[in-house]
Design a protein around this ligand. Sequence first.
Ligand SMILES: Cc1cc2nc3c(=O)[nH]c(=O)nc-3n(C[C@H](O)[C@H](O)[C@H](O)COP(=O)(O)OP(=O)(O)OC[C@H]3O[C@@H](n4cnc5c(N)ncnc54)[C@H](O)[C@@H]3O)c2cc1C
Length: 396
Amino acid sequence: MPQPRYDLVFLGGGCATLSLLTRLIESGACNGKRFLIIDPLDKKSNDRTWCFWEKGSGYFENIVHHEWTSLDFKQSGFSGSLDMGRYRYKMIRGIDFYEYCLQVLHASGQVDFLQDEIAGWGGEKPDSQGEILHLTGKKTGKIGVKTDLLFNSIPPDLGKKQPGIVSLLQHFKGIVAESDQFNFDPNRATLMDFRVSHEAGTTFIYVLPLSNNRALFEYTLFTASLLTPEQYNQGIAYYIGKFLGVTNYKIIEEEFGIIPMTTQRFPWYNNGAFNIGTAGGQTKGSSGYTFQFIQKRSAQLTTLLQNNSDWSQLKPTLTQLRGDAERFHFYDRVLLQVLASNYCPGDQVFATLFEKNPAHRVFQFLDNETNLLQELQIISSLPTWPFLKAAIKSWR
Ligand SMILES: Cc1cc2nc3c(=O)[nH]c(=O)nc-3n(C[C@H](O)[C@H](O)[C@H](O)COP(=O)(O)OP(=O)(O)OC[C@H]3O[C@@H](n4cnc5c(N)ncnc54)[C@H](O)[C@@H]3O)c2cc1C
């Protein structure tokens, strides 16, 4: 039986794939093209909330659920309102994102979906109609498809500890809670509140008000191991009781997440696939923020694909595509080393960063968008010895 032919095949159909394919289809540059997405999930649940800072309007502006014009930072030694400059802190709900993107994809009539979990894949030498890709699906078994390009966003397995790699887990429990006793300003959020127990390691809470009586509380840790489910719940309840004086509230929604924070480098291209999303290294090692890095990469790839109609010839050009400047990976390694080795407690690192620098400079730095002068201003504001020690250890 002849293999079906697709212009692009996507393994994994989450944030990275949907961001890229939605942009591509909406760009109008892929008339007549066919796409295949393989994912075990149908993306119909609100499984995550994306928050990020942004200047002006972003590509997914029409599905931004809430945005904050003011941000606070709280820690035992430094508390204050952050100077965000032209940045706004924004929230997109997973379900709104999935619904929006899937509606665009379905309406195009150009996308096939296969609900399966891929256990492995490999290519075969190209024929006149593109490379034959052999996939092994857990449900479907062996599948052969022809495709010009393969994009992979299956989350990487970080289970195996590799020598020389510094890793932490960013793990968090979030609840959307509602109470008549809350009295929030819906324009003002708390980016980091470190006035919680640090017994397990770097721990803080985000408070993101959605109205005057409803907020998302995100109890977050940067540590090597997870807590028990009860410990996250206790952490949130303690915070709401002690700092907001509220004990009676209703939980409307819950989420739990683990984001890898690691010095491990993820290849852009391997085993015949271009890796996107977390699999492609778009999770910032030192902060866990990913959404905006995915958007940057998606925009870059969309432009490239838009400008080249023959995608079967694009592999060599795509392989050459570069990410952010190498020095940003070094900064990530140093910051992760400081946090993982506890050379300086995490709350002090972030308090110093935000006390001595305007938040807009810190945001720009964490987005890998600063110039050397701005980086020097950030570096010189940090405690010298812990960072010097970490820099020496991270040099390679
Ligand atoms: C709960 C949560 C909250 C987050 N909040 C933020 C935030 O506020 N800001 C931010 O910047 N980042 C955040 N992140 C990090 C990051 O933005 C998300 O993880 C983002 O979804 C990463 O996009 P992705 O496409 O790489 O992975 P995903 O969106 O996870 O997509 C990967 C897809 O691969 C599928 N898959 C898995 N295994 C297979 C397989 N074997 N075969 C086929 N398909 C497979 C999965 O079902 C999934 O749909 C959060 C992460 C989580 C988990």
